[in-house]
Design a protein around this ligand. Structure first.
Ligand SMILES: [Zn+2]
Length: 264
């Protein structure tokens, strides 16, 4: 398929290139047998390690600090999502504490994102996990109703910042339930369904958004929590794969954004 304008330059693949090329001071070119990393056309995964900076989050008697634990999990998650071919963005990758709006803005910079906020609870049955999707305390405003228009219509730009998640409540809830099922498979005794809750960092996200909370910082040994990282990672990657199956290789990759189902 590729047009080669200069066929005489073709060399047998196994033989070294005879012509001198510009000096490569980097590591030698890898052998052609190394498979390219998977390229997955799909949502950008926004991973939000909650808290940070002066906000430690929950703290346990054994010295576990939520802000550090969720950052560790976030980095683990990023590695696995990237291995699966996803583009991943962390809302923080150090001991900073972005505002809720900054965290949402990170997600809203991408037209097709999935937002996952990570927490570790101070309470709850040890070794369990709970997923939340956002719940507003008040009904939709008129402006939001007007904005709940077909994707691409100009009125979508009228959505107030703090109402951004309202257009995704149903989608987020569906994703949250998917996540909860996957978590339940790996952390028995976890609740069977997700919970709607006003998790503040989800409110301004204009994308499917969930928060996952592990229990808890009260574990007597931090290794108990560390050991939840691997199954957490698998549960979330699997959930995204189920929520947004990869398009067929030759498929149409446009129009895959998922607004609230049934929005009209
Ligand atoms: Zn938290």
């Amino acid at each position: 398929m590729a047009q080669q304008p200069d066929p005489p330059a073709q060399q047998p693949p196994a033989s070294p290139a005879p012509q001198t090329s510009p000096a490569q001071t980097q590591t030698p070119a890898p052998p052609a047998t190394i498979p390219a990393p998977p390229v997955r056309v799909g949502p950008t995964i926004i991973i939000d390690p909650a808290h940070g900076g002066t906000d430690n989050g929950a703290q346990g008697a054994s010295g576990i600090v939520e802000k550090d634990m969720v950052l560790r999990f976030a980095r683990q998650l990023r590695a696995e999502f990237e291995r699966q071919g996803f583009r991943v963005v962390l809302t923080r990758n150090d001991d900073s504490n972005p505002s809720y709006e900054d965290r949402a803005a990170t997600a809203n910079a991408y037209h097709d994102a999935i937002f996952i906020s990570l927490h570790v609870a101070s309470t709850g049955k040890l070794g369990t996990a709970q997923t939340y999707s956002y719940q507003y305390s008040s009904p939709a405003t008129q402006a939001t109703d007007a904005a709940a228009a077909p994707a691409g219509s100009a009125s979508r730009s009228l959505v107030p910042w703090e109402e951004a998640q309202r257009l995704y409540l149903e989608t987020s809830h569906r994703f949250a339930d998917l996540v909860q099922v996957q978590l339940g498979l790996r952390f028995s005794d976890s609740p069977s369904t997700s919970k709607p809750f006003a998790v503040r960092e989800l409110r301004s996200v204009a994308a499917p958004a969930v928060a996952v909370e592990l229990s808890s910082v009260a574990v007597p040994d931090a290794n108990m929590l560390y050991s939840m990282g691997f199954p957490l990672m698998n549960a979330l990657v699997r959930s995204v794969q189920l929520f947004r199956p990869a398009p067929a290789a030759s498929g149409n990759i446009s129009g895959v954004a998922v607004p609230a189902a049934g929005a009209k």
